[in-house]
Design a protein around this ligand. Structure first.
Ligand SMILES: [Zn+2]
Length: 403
């Protein structure tokens, strides 16, 4: 029998989970059992979302459904909903996991190799593995499949697999283009003026990409990862290691949010900003209700969970896609330049400089670039070789704009 639903409070699958997540699941099992966010799969398909969970544009939030498997084996896992992406967490080598998708009729697709993505993480993450390094994680697009099957090499242990239906935004909820509308325009047209305004024009706020804010909260309504703000010291670029050719980037952002906030138990999405291939910028980690993304009123930045050991004061920007071989699109690069230029100007950072980053939590100092890639701070391929090779040009252009 395949478990298509979140484990009930007190179930065997749940007992190994961190306390904050157990509290969260307890909420799901009691007071909010009828909520659509993680409701029983298929039980209320197409039904209206609860009226107190609405995006800023007035429409109901996209209904996100999840099935979770702790220590999944090799058997076929079926879901009763179309899967946007499968999130995997494993220990052992970063390669050595294969996955095939199962369509609605039960027919399996081709086996595909899964490669660990950006190894982002909380500085003080309590690892279920008791390891000193974060486990490998990946988000595999599933194109509306209804199941999956895993195959792993020896030495690999899959800790968890989650199948996510990230839902769809209502039409009214899609942000209006900031430029002249055209049939080929993306949902939000990025600014092309070269300005370094902050927030960047056309920024998609959390409510507008469909962030369900209850996912950040514990059973008693507190933030499971309370916001902390510090002075900005650096900006770090990542990639999400998801496909470059993404038909619904907002759904991918919601799937990443689900994986980071709930599955990884970080309490929120790990990046401060995300950029899609059309150059649209998405607000990441929650930073308060003042409408200024990533910052508090004192212009300090909220600590996110993207560069293990170097998170406070480090603004994490994720490029949506896999840029190991393929270069980011020109629109994506232009948006990255404008966003980093605006942040550099705001915080008087020289994008061309090196800084001595001092961790306010550990007190440890490390030299690194003011504007760098994830691999400048830790051993990882993130943000991918092709995006990393673009960074010198991004720095030059951002420095010119920020002047
Ligand atoms: Zn990264």
């Amino acid at each position: 029998m395949v478990n298509n639903t979140y484990p009930r409070p007190g179930s065997q699958a749940e007992r190994g989970l961190p306390a904050s997540r157990r509290r969260f699941l307890a909420v799901l099992g009691t007071a909010t059992a009828g909520l659509p966010l993680l409701g029983a799969c298929g039980a209320s398909a197409g039904g209206p979302a609860a009226s107190d969970h609405r995006g800023s544009m007035g429409d109901a939030l996209p209904r996100v459904r999840v099935s979770q498997e702790a220590s999944p084996g090799r058997e076929v896992k079926r879901t009763s909903f179309p899967i946007t992406a499968v999130g995997l967490t494993w220990t052992g080598p970063p390669h050595g996991v294969r996955l095939r998708l199962i369509d609605r009729s039960g027919k399996p697709g081709e086996w595909q190799d899964v490669t660990a993505g950006c190894p982002c993480g909380k500085d003080a993450e309590t690892l279920r593995t008791k390891s000193t390094t974060p486990p490998n994680r990946a988000l595999v697009p599933a194109h509306g499949s209804y199941g999956y099957q895993l195959d792993v090499d020896s030495g690999v242990k899959v800790i968890e697999a989650i199948a996510i239906d990230a839902g769809r935004l209502g039409r009214k909820q899609r942000p209006a283009p900031s430029g002249t509308p055209s049939k080929s325009a993306p949902a939000t047209a990025p600014d092309t003026s070269g300005s370094v305004a902050f927030p960047p024009p056309g920024l998609v706020l959390r409510a507008d990409w469909g962030a369900d804010e209850t996912k950040r909260l514990t059973a008693d309504g507190r933030e499971s990862s309370p916001t902390r703000f510090t002075r900005v010291q650096a900006i770090t670029v990542h990639h999400t290691a998801t496909p470059v050719d993404d038909p619904d980037p907002a759904a991918t952002v919601r799937a990443i949010y689900e994986q980071h906030a709930v599955s990884n138990d970080w309490g929120d999405i790990g990046y401060n900003f995300l950029i899609d291939r059309q150059g649209t910028v998405y607000e990441g980690r929650y930073s308060g209700a003042d409408g200024i993304p990533a910052h508090n009123a004192d212009d300090e930045v909220v600590t996110a969970f993207h560069t293990f050991g170097f998170n406070p004061g480090n603004i994490g920007i994720a490029l949506l896609g896999d840029f190991g071989k393929q270069r980011p699109s020109s629109r994506m690069r232009d948006s990255l330049v404008r966003l980093t230029a605006s942040l550099a100007a705001r915080h008087r950072l020289n994008p061309l400089a090196r800084v001595t980053y001092r961790s306010p939590t550990s007190g440890k100092s490390t030299d690194g670039p003011a504007l760098g890639g994830h691999q400048d701070w830790t051993s990882t391929e993130c943000p991918g070789s092709a995006a990393y090779l673009d960074l010198p040009e991004v720095r030059e252009r951002a420095a010119q704009l920020a002047r």
